[in-house]
Design a protein around this ligand. Structure first.
Ligand code: COA
Length: 379
């Protein structure tokens, strides 16, 4: 790889946070001081969501109340269901999430920014993002207006139940739960920074999250999990993958699901989700997806010293869970709403408008030209 590039605010410290550390000594990830490996092994997504929204891990009664509140907020208002029916069947599901979030913000505006309105909006979105995605999906795919309530207490189980219309096997529910934990928060990444910028203008919670969803959609950010799946699917065998990846590298293509702006040695989330990909592969008797993925991983390390980020093996996990590829990035939203919310609250608690400066590289001052004397612009 060539010399370290500048631009893109790489290495720029753009503010303070008490929510998360990313890549301390090149590897670690903590949410409010807790190591991601401990959280992924010993908590549920609801535990982590509470930690991010309220600052500490919940005691049992708090967790039960929180889970109950989320379960009770899964229904969508009729006007939002109607909007989702009008979003085209061939729209990208990230457009569904962005539109659904914006519409809910119009129907149920954040009541106040200081007296708990933000937390209520965050819980409402956390509870209803899966409903929006699934309602739109079943309406357009199967012509059914599904109920968006279920008896599943966990977001993971609820989502899989609504998607497949049946209770998920425990390993599937837990794999999804772990993936939501891993996706929940990641410091000043592009979408979180977007949310903080919107919050810094004193805009409302739903606007900040709508802006963040638009930013997450891009393949250099959240969209990488879908792009990684599309890449893996191109290859029938590990040997095919080897040839295809070498060709892609020779063309200087970016291999989606590899590399990271902050981590330098490895993405600490990758091994955790990779173990789940392996377990689900074994359970499914798979002899294609996991071996192809591993070969790509090996090749990327041997040739480029690039490691997989969370998105690479998440793609495989989601495939084993029977989730359509265009839903991969929306699932990132289902989880990351917690981290975005934590950052919006933190920004609001000590706010100053985020408005950086730019180095001007345009024309020197020049005389104004009246319309009749101008040369045609090259358009
Ligand atoms: N595949 C191939 N080469 C890669 C690469 C990848 N996934 N990621 C980085 N590189 C190479 C670049 O080509 C570049 O090489 P060069 O200096 O010879 O031109 C060098 O590594 C630096 O890459 P750059 O894109 O400038 O780094 P960045 O810090 O701006 O980008 C990412 C970070 C994440 C955007 C980048 O690694 C990437 O595009 N990865 C794929 C998308 C992805 O998985 N995103 C999810 C991130 S969690």
């Amino acid at each position: 790889m060539s010399e370290k590039k500048t631009g893109g605010l790489a290495g720029v410290v753009a503010g303070k946070t008490a929510v998360c550390t990313v890549g301390k000594e090149g590897v670690g990830l903590t949410y409010r001081g807790y190591d991601i490996a401990d959280l992924a092994a010993q908590t549920t997504f609801e535990d982590v969501a509470f930690l991010l929204l309220y600052g500490s891990l919940p005691v049992e009664s708090q967790l039960a109340d929180f889970t109950g509140r989320l379960m009770s907020m899964r229904e969508l208002p009729p006007a939002l269901r109607d909007t989702l029916e009008r979003v085209p069947a061939d729209a990208h599901p990230m457009d569904v999430m962005r539109t659904g979030c914006s519409m809910l913000g119009a129907l149920e505006p954040e009541s106040d920014q200081t007296g708990g309105g933000g937390h209520r909006a965050a819980e409402r979105l956390l509870a209803s993002f899966p409903s929006m995605l699934i309602y739109w999906h079943h309406f357009h795919r199967n012509g059914r207006r599904v109920k968006t309530l279920s008896d599943e207490p966990s977001v993971a189980g609820h989502f899989l139940h609504l998607l497949h219309g049946a209770q998920p096997p425990e390993s599937h529910r837990r794999a999804m739960d772990v993936s939501l934990i891993l996706y929940a928060e990641h410091e000043f990444n592009a979408s979180t920074f977007t949310a903080r910028i919107a919050a810094s203008t004193l805009s409302d919670f739903y606007s900040a999250i709508t802006a963040a969803i638009g930013t997450l959609k891009g393949p250099l950010h959240g969209g990488a999990n879908e792009a990684a799946m599309e890449l893996i699917e191109r290859f029938k065998t590990p040997d095919d993958a080897e040839i295809g990846i070498l060709d892609a590298l020779a063309r200087k293509d970016k291999i989606m699901g590899f590399g990271h702006r902050v981590y330098t040695h490895c993405d600490p989330r990758s091994d955790i989700i990779k173990q789940w990909a392996k377990q689900l592969s074994d359970e499914a008797g798979d002899s294609w997806l996991y071996p192809v993925s591993e070969r790509i991983e090996k090749l990327m390390w041997d040739r480029k010293k690039l490691f997989p980020n969370l998105d690479f093996y998440s793609a495989g996990v989601y495939r084993f869970l029977g989730i359509p590829t265009p839903m991969f990035t929306p699932l990132f939203v289902v989880s990351r709403i917690t981290g975005w919310a934590a950052h919006v609250f933190e920004q609001r608690a000590d706010n100053r408008l985020i408005r950086p400066a730019a180095d001007y590289v345009g024309p020197a001052p020049r005389a104004f030209v009246p319309i009749g004397h101008r040369k045609p612009a090259a358009v």
